[in-house]
Design a protein around this ligand. Structure first.
Ligand code: SF4
Length: 244
């Protein structure tokens, strides 16, 4: 399993960190606009072609030892504090951050970070009991359509895991975020939502696009279908504002 392979390259008491930044407004999903510090961990178990975080995993372009150097929990928490952790929400993202949940460093980091901690995950790994208890919110983003084009369905869509997150969504502790490039991809998301019995009001559809013009054009093409399902429409506030 890839999680064990990648974890094995980093000492148990360290975590690979690509970047820590903030305070910035959370740009996407139900917490849009909330003051946030981001901690982006290295490694991913998927290979989405439009990924905007390839420095966390793409060894064909990057030396991960350079882009995601292992750092101690003390250093991570200290730097996060300098970037707003504790003032607003702290978002642990990636990559796929749940690859690290079996490590001692993960437990130490979640214990030491102040305030509400959010996790952004691709929905292929269920959170363990400790992580579920400690984390205030999971943003779950299963990969469909163009996002999922490079990985087989059985790798990126794991029904048992989606069922776990759907249960957390019903408890108000998780929200699903699907990136869609056209109405066909909104339909693909809707099928998954139906199969996993995810409450429609816990689903955000976000247009694919890494610049404001593309995002707006795609958004105009899909917004009607998104509303037709009773889903929510996610902005990308950082694109609108021109900040990270
Ligand atoms: S799951 Fe997220 S971090 Fe991983 S390749 Fe896909 S978009 Fe990138």
């Amino acid at each position: 399993m890839r999680a064990l392979q990648t974890a094995g390259t980093v000492p148990e008491d360290l975590l690979p960190v690509q970047e820590i930044f903030g305070p910035v407004p959370q740009g996407e999903g139900p917490y849009t606009g909330r003051c946030a510090c981001f901690i982006r961990l290295g490694r991913c178990n998927l290979h989405c072609p439009p990924c905007d975080s390839k420095r966390t995993w793409d060894t064909s372009c990057y030396d991960l030892a350079q882009t995601c150097p292992p750092r101690s929990v003390e250093e991570i928490v200290e730097v996060a504090g300098e970037h707003g952790a504790g003032s607003g929400i702290t978002v642990v993202s990636g990559g796929e951050p749940l690859l690290w949940q079996r490590t001692a460093a993960w437990h130490q980091m979640l214990t030491a970070l102040p305030g509400d901690v959010h996790i952004e995950t691709n929905g292929t790994i269920s959170p363990d009991e400790f992580t579920t208890e400690r984390v205030a919110h999971f943003s779950v983003s299963p990969k469909i359509g163009r996002m999922g084009a490079a990985d087989p369905a059985k790798r990126r869509i794991r029904p048992v895991v989606l069922d776990d997150f759907a249960e957390l969504a019903r408890r108000g502790k998780a929200a699903f975020k699907f990136v869609a490039a056209d109405t066909g991809e909104v339909e693909e998301a809707a099928h998954l939502v139906r199969d996993s019995q995810i409450p429609h009001d816990r689903v955000w559809i976000m247009p694919l696009g890494d610049d404001a013009a593309t995002w707006t054009a795609v958004g105009r093409g899909i917004v009607g279908r998104v509303m037709g399902y009773g889903f929510n429409f996610s902005g990308r506030l950082h694109l609108t504002l021109g900040v990270r």
